[in-house]
Design a protein around this ligand. Sequence first.
Ligand code: GLN
Length: 485
Amino acid sequence: MDLHELTAHELNRMLKKGEISVTDPCKSVFERIKAVEDRIKAYVTLTEKVALSKAGEVDGNLKGGKAISPLAGIPVAVKDNMCTKGVLTTCASKILGNYVPVYTSTAVERLFAQDVVMVGKTNMDEFAMGSSTENSAFGITRNPWNPETVPGGSSGGSAAAVAADEAIVALGSDTGGSIRQPAALCGVVGMKPTYGLVSRYGLVAFASSLDQIGPITKDVTDCALVLNCICGHDRMDSTSLKVNIPDYTKALVGDIKGLKIGVVRELMGEGIEGGVRDSVDKAIALLESLGAVCEEVSLSHLDYSLSAYYLIAPAEASSNLARFDGVRYGYRTPGALGDMIEMYSKTRAEGFGNEVKRRIMLGTYALSAGYYEAYYGQAQKVRTLIVEDFNRAFEKFDVLVSPTSPSVAFKIGERYEDPLRMYMSDICTIPVNLAGIPGISVPCGLADGLPVGLQIMGKALDETTVLRVAYAFEQEFGFKQKPAL
Ligand code: GLN
């Protein structure tokens, strides 16, 4: 087996035994990239030189007797909406096409502090708006399982990179499903932590009350290892939680006897493809065979989550994206001499893609005088009802489960011209962001030869139970298939 096919914990074991150097997996990953990247296009920017020199440096430290952190030397891919000092951070947008940050986001900084090696920055939907990675100003990313299909989005580059062994682990961001849905479509593990658990400092903001950074990995153990590293309080983010962080690897015990699992009725019915439902039904039966007690539960307001999300997220986005005006960042289209307004509007008209403009218009409308209460205000009330639904369910259940995505990977172009259909791709993941709770997607089988994800949702700050269930499931299920590339 080649080193790029292994997980972080497997590589760490070999590293500790002295069987490999830090440089070995790094080289192996770049060889793999050379072999398959043409067909996948997971990356916007590759940082091979920096990566190899960092790997050499870590090798030197290790020879000097420095303790090996669990992620030392692990090649990581970072979504291109997280600031990286001295490395292009484009958000897959023309408007940030030449933006080189002067600082590094906290989550990435914390990985660096553990001697993780960054391979490059991954492709995404522009400003994380989308579910297919087709809304990128720098071309589309393909799903390693079938290059005619999308990898999901918006963290499609990160998920495709991990699935194609072009990185060992990756970071994504999730506002309405952008870690979990691409993880599901690419047959890898993806987790959105509790809102506030991972610092958003240095993450280019889309919808600030929903955005969270999280891991995309080959298995649940690596997910826990990355989470251990990136979470925890950060004074640079005012929404960052001050809470004690447990060691998440302690949750990886394999025992879920007696746990109560709620199967969300609203996410199992209409709109879910047959093949997806079959795989999820089988996954639920497997959880029962492990001693969990599974029962259906209804969260009746979930039917309104998509509508609420598509008011709240664009409203916040319209405000967050006001800063891209041709003055403070990146790209500018010059206007007539002395005409500032013309410069602003031309820059934004040419710098933003269509989906981003659509969101800005939706959001501006929802926030405008006269409509604010009717749209934005109502959506916030619905959000509260959804939070209350989850709270009630968690009085009875330890975790909730559903499919991660209503369908397997869809054809490139199939939903691109039909925003509403594209938005429907996130019906199962969006409620979790609205409630601010943790959710993970783990592979639970194939339908039509393409991966299906099982979503496990937990109480706020109860990542431990979510990971415990995910790990037990993964160990018993043993999803071993790989895309044939
Ligand atoms: N697909 C959803 C959207 O377009 C979610 C995106 C995300 O989680 N970043 O808004």
